[in-house]
Design a protein around this ligand. Structure first.
Ligand code: SF4
Length: 326
């Protein structure tokens, strides 16, 4: 095996631009080479995502059907029962998922919800699965309570570059996001943070988004890369479609800048051909969400994913295995 690429947090904008803009074949080759130094290239992690509280969110994320401020017609639900979450997690485990992600459409959790959230983490953890939550911004005591309940990962996406952020969300700042990420990391919970491309941003925004993650003191353990699914009645409903090659370049940049992170193909896979997904795996993506809904957006059915895995000779990472070399 080649010497492993060093893990760096001092990447510069110039380096990141140079990587992103190099000839596509060179970019893919570099990304795959880095990938092989740290991971078995034929293993992909499967995570399952459940919406535990849908719609009626106070934030104004321009891409999201769950914002109460957007015109999308998604009815708001209450936090679902703990028993139902655990039953769904059990089913996901039987389907091969190793990590269970629970997402709530909130600006931040309220005190009254904390006992149920802690019980969900404890219950899913007791099944032998890794636990992940995405609940919005957290106070320090909430971080500690979730950690003590057994939370392994916290998802908190930076969404886009700092420059483009205010075009997408006005109810919180980029700095708020980084603040929650730091609190979570300092408490010893692993961080899952990525963003969305195809929101009308410039190429430099895609580069700067990855650079912001890759220059954190510790890289996120997981980096979800989403392709926008335009949703009717949201401000981004009619945004121009991003060239898929730009999407692959973004995945490859994430892999090269953050060699040990799981780079996750997230929303947008329903619109991707098998060939495009295969190219993303070659560019270093090694994690997917499975199941046919992704919070509120469509996701490929699990048997379709299995057919693709079989065609590509990919196997799912086992529970407790992060697919990395040593
Ligand atoms: S992305 Fe999350 S925080 Fe933003 S509106 Fe949707 S549910 Fe709320």
């Amino acid at each position: 095996m080649l010497d492993a690429a060093p893990i760096r947090s001092d990447w510069t904008r110039e380096e990141a631009e140079e990587i992103y803009n190099q000839p596509f074949m060179d970019l893919l080759f570099q990304a795959q080479s880095v990938h092989r130094q740290h991971y078995d290239p034929n293993q992909v992690q499967k995570s399952k995502l459940l919406s535990i509280k849908t719609g009626g969110c106070a934030e104004d994320c321009a891409y999201c059907s769950q914002s109460a401020r957007n015109g999308a017609k998604l009815s708001a639900s209450k936090l679902i029962e703990v028993e139902r979450v655990i039953a769904e997690a059990r089913k996901a485990k039987e389907g091969g998922a190793t990590r269970y992600c629970m997402g709530a459409a909130w600006r931040s959790p309220k005190e009254r919800d904390m006992p149920a959230l802690e019980a969900m983490v404890e219950g899913v953890k007791a099944l032998g699965m890794e636990t992940c939550m995405t609940l919005g911004m957290l106070e320090e005591d909430q971080v500690f309570r979730l950690r003590d309940a057994g939370l392994d990962y916290y998802n908190h996406n930076i969404d886009t570059s700092e420059r483009y952020y205010k075009e997408i969300i006005t109810t919180r700042t980029f700095a708020d996001r980084i603040d929650t990420l730091n609190k979570v990391r300092e408490a010893g919970i692993k961080v899952c943070s990525g963003g969305i491309v195809g929101m009308g941003e410039q190429q430099l925004d895609r580069i700067d988004m990855m650079l912001a993650l890759a220059t954190l003191d510790v890289h996120p353990d997981s980096v979800p890369v989403n392709m926008l699914i335009p949703i009717a009645d949201t401000p981004l409903a009619d945004v121009a479609k991003l060239d898929p090659i730009e999407f692959v370049r973004t995945v490859a940049l994430a892999r090269i800048l953050m060699p040990k992170s799981h780079v996750r193909l997230s929303a947008g896979r329903t619109d991707m051909s098998d060939e495009l997904q295969a190219m993303c795996f070659f560019a270093g993506a090694n994690s997917i969400f499975v199941g046919d809904t992704l919070l509120t957006a469509d996701n490929p059915e699990e048997d379709k994913d299995q057919v693709l895995f079989d065609k590509l000779g990919i196997t799912a990472m086992a529970v407790g295995c992060d697919g990395s070399h040593g």
